[in-house]
Design a protein around this ligand. Structure first.
Ligand code: GLY
Ligand code: MN
Ligand code: MN
Length: 444
């Protein structure tokens, strides 16, 4: 199960068809990133580049030229090098890359300065997104100013951002992509179940993180899609918490926001559960509101609804719930209009999900919320966060942070929750934590 060479070729074809005549698009590979001194982070290919090339090495660059008779897709990549390959493993080299990736032609990356300026010359537009690859930005600017100042030049091509065209393609997932995302979500749901079953007071947050990583890797997902959040008690209120170094206390909740990357596709799941396996009355009361708001949001993931619909559905349920608990006072409409609910629910209900965890694609088109369409995949992740210093809030609610996050694909038959295997009702969570049964099933 992976994205086929034919699918990658279709993606290039679609992009080529959307580019104007006499233009050229440039998509660079990711750069290797230093971790410390001479040690690098594990290499992760750039999503745009991977989407269009399927090529997994650094120091590479894809060039697309609509209508070019000698071939529309060219790759620049590293040459074979026996000495370097002995240390770092095999490199594909240009010839093999043409074969393996179904491209028209490939050249050594070292020849970029000799070949690329000639390809740019005489083009009307260069589609390239400035700002992400500063060295290449400078190099391209140098090429363009040389073209501009050459005797008899009719001027340099105009630079246009590639993002809007390319990211609109990536926003709509194919059947093969949905299958990979469903697998990423399934593995991640198993990981959450395993962490729930392993949880007990006195463990350290990173020990639950270890349970997650074990399930990811044991199932062929080598990396999390983003740093896992394991936040006990009030750490759940820190949106980007990931130090995961505190001890888990009896009576607290723990929030886990974690998902694996499987064959280039992300999952993004959050579950919040009691460290000791039993929700207190106050924890349960807040939890049920978040759960109902998530359900309301999911019900609004319908083709033709706009992107804001699910969010506003979650806002309404949360505002009503907070009012019922006595944490907000006033009319529900007034509390929504004034934004008073944001004291406890300060983020939006979700984001696009795909190769990147916060995936690409515009949320508004010409200033209006985008309509939901079949093929889009998004997270649904409402939350309530009650800070410990909320003096007017009854003490039993202070320090509670709850978020519930699932991954939802909008398919022809309607919204499908890809991450449904991770327990999320109070009864299911308490049952799993008491018996551990689901985890044993999941590990078979
Ligand atoms: N894990 C990042 C997010 O939920 O957006
Ligand atoms: Mn998340
Ligand atoms: Mn998310």
């Amino acid at each position: 199960m992976a994205i086929s060479r034919a699918e990658t070729a279709r993606r290039r074809q679609r992009l080529l068809e959307s580019l104007p005549e006499n233009s050229l698009a440039i998509v660079p590979a990711a750069r290797e990133q230093l971790r410390s001194r001479d040690t690098y982070f594990p290499f992760r290919q750039d999503s745009d580049f991977s989407y269009l090339s399927g090529f997994s090495e650094p120091e590479a660059l894809l060039v697309l030229m609509p209508g070019r008779a000698q071939g529309e897709s060219l790759l620049f990549c590293r040459e074979r090098d026996a000495e370097k390959e002995l240390w770092d493993g095999p490199r594909m080299g240009p010839e093999q890359a043409v074969e393996n990736c179904g491209l028209c032609d490939a050249f050594p990356i070292g020849d970029l300065d000799d070949i690329l300026p000639g390809l740019l010359e005489g083009r009307d537009y260069i589609y390239y997104t400035m700002g992400r690859f500063p060295q290449l930005d400078r190099r391209l600017q140098h090429y363009l100013s040389s073209i501009d100042s050459a005797p008899g030049s009719s001027g340099a091509p105009e630079m246009v951002s590639l993002d809007p065209l390319l990211h609109d393609l990536r926003l709509f997932k194919s059947a093969a992509e949905i299958r990979l995302m469903a697998r990423a979500a399934e593995i991640s749901a198993q990981a959450h179940s395993r962490a729930m079953a392993a949880c007990k007071p006195g463990l350290w947050e990173y020990q639950l993180e270890a349970e997650l990583l074990h399930t990811f890797m044991a199932n062929g997902a080598r990396e999390p899609a983003y740093p896992s959040i394991v936040g006990g008690g009030a750490n759940a209120l820190v949106m980007h918490y990931c130090s995961n170094r505190a001890q888990l206390k009896n009576g607290d909740l723990v929030l886990i926001d974690a998902g694996c990357e499987y064959r280039g596709y992300a999952a993004d799941i959050t579950r919040t559960f009691p460290v000791n396996g039993r929700f207190s009355g106050a924890q349960k009361a807040v939890y049920e509101i978040v759960l109902a708001s998530q359900q309301a949001a999911i019900e609004n993931i319908v083709a033709g609804n706009d992107w804001d619909h699910p969010h506003m559905a979650s806002v309404k349920v949360i505002t009503e719930g907070l009012k019922d608990l006595g944490l907000l006072r006033g009319s529900v409409d007034g509390l929504i209009e004034s934004g008073a609910y944001r004291r406890f629910y300060m983020h939006r209900v979700g984001h696009w999900l795909g190769m990147d965890v916060h995936d690409v694609g515009d949320y508004k088109v010409y200033g209006r919320w985008r309509q939901l369409e079949v093929g889009m995949v998004m997270t649904v992740e409402p939350g309530i966060y009650i800070h410990s210093d909320e003096a007017k809030v009854p003490e039993k609610f202070r320090g509670i942070g709850i978020r519930i996050e699932d991954d939802v694909a909008l398919l022809k038959g309607g919204a499908q929750v890809l991450s449904a295997a991770a327990p999320k009702t109070v009864a299911d969570i308490e049952y799993l934590m008491r018996s551990g049964e689901l985890v044993q099933e999941a590990l078979l």
